[in-house]
Design a protein around this ligand. Structure first.
Ligand SMILES: Cc1cc2nc3c(=O)[nH]c(=O)nc-3n(C[C@H](O)[C@H](O)[C@H](O)COP(=O)(O)OP(=O)(O)OC[C@H]3O[C@@H](n4cnc5c(N)ncnc54)[C@H](O)[C@@H]3O)c2cc1C
Length: 460
């Protein structure tokens, strides 16, 4: 899937899909299943977008990696294309390094008696109650839209959470799930996102929740299988520069030629969509929604060892770190057969910005010192070390997903979130009602956009 550019683009096709991430590929698969031809054009030299698996000493998932039991679209796709999963390893003691440097061992979601924990759980329950009032199919119908979208999560925590320790825990939760800072998103977006996943616990936890399982061949493997089935309908290394529509159809202008179509599905994250020129210009609500949605800041650092040595010491490999350091959370990302040991460190939000400012050797040193403090000297001598800093990714320019700025849902959400614009339909995990920001949401969004197109009776 690297040299498709060499084929000439067709001059006309019923539907063009822009982007071969999970959203675009799922849209194309839905169309193909319905017997409607389409062409998927993808800027990068690979499909999968923010799901990107590299085979090094073992499978390394640089982007999306987990699938949970309520993520039915992804599970069904994996089943259809024979991509097996396994349970995330979390047996043993988890570690929590508190802001004063002390290290605690715990099992379950968090240490029982730890600082701020009681109020943290109260707030989590309160967030679930408020989120339950949002209709994820029609979020802007919420009677509290204006009120909740005018308040940042930061100011809401400052006003309603008494204990600074509970606030510290909540701040890390926001970084970990939204890959942003509490000051950058509104309470409304936070609540919508929780509703979209089902609960706060769904977002945070492993067993029965979003982090439950991983793919033996990596999270990109179902995407590769879909692309294989779609064959020549997927063209990589082709960038869409402009989309022009009139009463008769759409012209999709790419750096490899122009394709005419009846409909186009744009399945790119909002900041990538903003780089496409639309003619006529997009309506103000859609244009502003796109402009005001910014990608989160996240890096994943994989550190590979001869064996998962921490397991022999009764440790799960899961760690949560408060305080000054860059790393927020660590997971055991070893393969299911534990033939090799892999720790993955997540760095996000403000932590990512300070870590990114270091040179490569200093970044590596920082991560290895952090792991050594958690797991001992052996953690300082890996056989492989690999970083993926998503804000530097030429296509995604961030991750996990884009978050609309405070006020954007209230001002532009009703018309700008995902309503089709003439012959242009919108997909992408940022347009999903369920599991917004996740692979599962990307898949359902692609299917929804394909159904919108099929409802228009596009000729096959
Ligand atoms: C570090 C990280 C960890 C994550 N962890 C998880 C996880 O564990 N579980 C989970 O479910 N989700 C996770 N996610 C989120 C998940 O990966 C994404 O939500 C999902 O993959 C998005 O799919 P998409 O198709 O909507 O967009 P993308 O995957 O971004 O696909 C869009 C595609 O469009 C292409 N494109 C952009 N502009 C153009 C253009 N002009 N012309 C042609 N092509 C273009 C891009 O190259 C890209 O391939 C994670 C993401 C990151 C970055």
């Amino acid at each position: 899937m690297t040299t498709q550019r060499t084929l000439l683009l067709p001059t006309s096709v019923p539907v063009v899909v822009v982007g071969a991430g999970y959203a675009g590929l799922s849209a194309a698969l839905e169309l193909a299943d319905a017997g409607t031809a389409c062409l998927v054009v993808e800027s990068a030299d690979r499909v999968g977008g923010r799901a990107f698996t590299e085979q090094r000493d073992t499978v390394i998932d640089h982007g999306g990696q987990w699938v949970g039991p309520t993520q039915h679209h992804l599970l069904a796709l994996a089943e259809r294309f024979g991509c097996p999963t396994f349970h995330t390893h979390e047996t043993g003691w988890h570690l929590e390094r508190w802001s004063d440097g002390t290290l605690a061992r715990y099992t379950g979601a968090a240490p029982d008696e730890a600082a701020g924990i009681a109020e943290y759980w109260q707030v989590a329950r309160r967030l679930d109650e408020l989120a339950a009032t949002i209709d994820v199919e029609d979020p802007t119908s919420s009677p509290h839209l204006e009120e909740w979208d005018s308040v940042t999560v930061r100011s809401w925590f400052d006003r309603t959470v008494i204990s600074p320790d509970a606030r510290r825990r909540l701040d890390l939760a926001v970084q970990g799930v939204w890959s942003t800072e509490a000051r950058d998103i509104s309470v409304f977006h936070l609540l919508f996102y929780i509703a979209s996943a089902g609960s706060f616990e769904q977002l945070m936890e492993t067993d029965g929740c979003a982090q439950e399982r991983r793919f033996h061949r990596g999270a990109q493997s179902p995407a590769l299988a879909v692309a294989e089935q779609l064959g020549d309908a997927v063209r990589t290394r082709v960038t869409v520069l402009a989309v022009e529509q009139d009463d008769n159809g759409v012209e999709v202008h790419t750096d490899a030629g122009t394709v005419r179509a009846q409909r186009v599905i744009v399945a790119t994250p909002p900041p990538a969509t903003a780089r496409i020129r639309f003619g006529p210009p997009l309506p103000v609500d859609r244009a502003r929604w796109i402009q005001r949605s910014t990608m989160g800041d996240v890096a994943k650092v994989h550190v590979v060892y001869e064996a998962p040595f921490w397991r022999a010491e009764g440790l799960s490999g899961v760690a949560t770190l408060y305080g000054e350091g860059s790393v927020g959370v660590v997971f055991d990302n070893s393969p299911d057969d534990a033939s090799i040991g892999v720790l993955v460190a997540f760095i996000y939000g403000d932590r990512l910005r300070s870590w990114s400012a270091l040179d490569r050797e200093a970044r590596r040193q920082h991560v290895l010192e952090t792991l050594t403090r958690l797991y001992g000297d052996r953690a300082g001598a890996p056989r492989d070390y690999v970083e993926k800093n998503w804000p530097e990714d030429a296509y995604a320019r961030g991750g996990y997903a884009a978050n609309p700025a405070p006020g954007a849902w209230a001002e532009h959400g009703a018309r700008g979130w995902r309503r089709p614009v003439g012959r242009i339909h919108w997909a992408g995990s940022e347009t999903a009602s369920r599991w917004y920001g996740y692979i599962d949401g990307a898949i359902s969004s692609g299917k929804r956009a394909a159904r919108e197109v099929l409802d228009e009776e596009v000729p096959s």
